[in-house]
Design a protein around this ligand. Structure first.
Ligand SMILES: [Zn+2]
Length: 173
């Protein structure tokens, strides 16, 4: 389905227009100090991931700041490091990658493609079929259990604010 608004929309149909300065101010005011340190000032983040260790339900992990879906709960795996990780993003359009050379390492940093907040890193040592390991900070994410409405923090409307079903056509890769 093609339409004229597709430029600002991701493959799975989500609006990728960044929050307005006013919306951003409102969203940032809602963060705890720890969340703000990781999401907005990622230099202070420790170089490991600690994602929702006990969250095993199916559902959608979303950006803590702007609510964009970033990962599916069913695609979490035990990386053997003691920290759960993901093998694939919800939608490749929803994450932006940047080279990160902090801590004396060269890593690929992951940012929310909509609001630019820091999410974690992706490493090329994951299991098949993707071979990727997405290592995400738990404070960077929110979780919406399957069947519950996704957040709609920016007021864009559907598919935000509705429950997500895989059959809707997302999860392209
Ligand atoms: Zn975001």
């Amino acid at each position: 389905m093609e339409d004229t608004s597709k430029k600002a929309r991701s493959r799975s149909g989500f609006e990728l227009l960044p929050p307005s300065p006013e919306q951003r101010k409102h969203l940032e005011a809602d963060l705890t100090r720890e969340e703000a340190d990781v999401l907005l000032r990622h230099g202070t983040e420790a170089p490991f991931c600690g994602l929702f260790l006990d969250e095993k339900r199916p559902g959608v992990f979303t950006c803590r700041l702007c609510g964009l879906p970033l990962f599916l709960g069913g695609e979490k795996f035990d990386s053997g490091t003691g920290w759960p990780s993901f093998t694939a993003p919800f939608d490749r359009d929803h994450l932006r990658e940047e080279r990160d050379t902090s801590y004396g390492m060269t890593r690929t940093e992951l940012l929310c493609a909509r609001c630019g907040s820091h999410q974690g890193h992706v490493f090329p040592d994951g299991p098949p079929p993707t071979g990727l390991r997405y290592c995400i900070n738990s404070v960077s994410l929110g979780f919406t259990p399957a069947g519950e409405p996704l957040p709609d923090k920016l007021g864009h409307g559907a598919p935000e604010g509705q429950s997500w079903r895989r059959a809707q056509g997302g999860n392209d890769r």
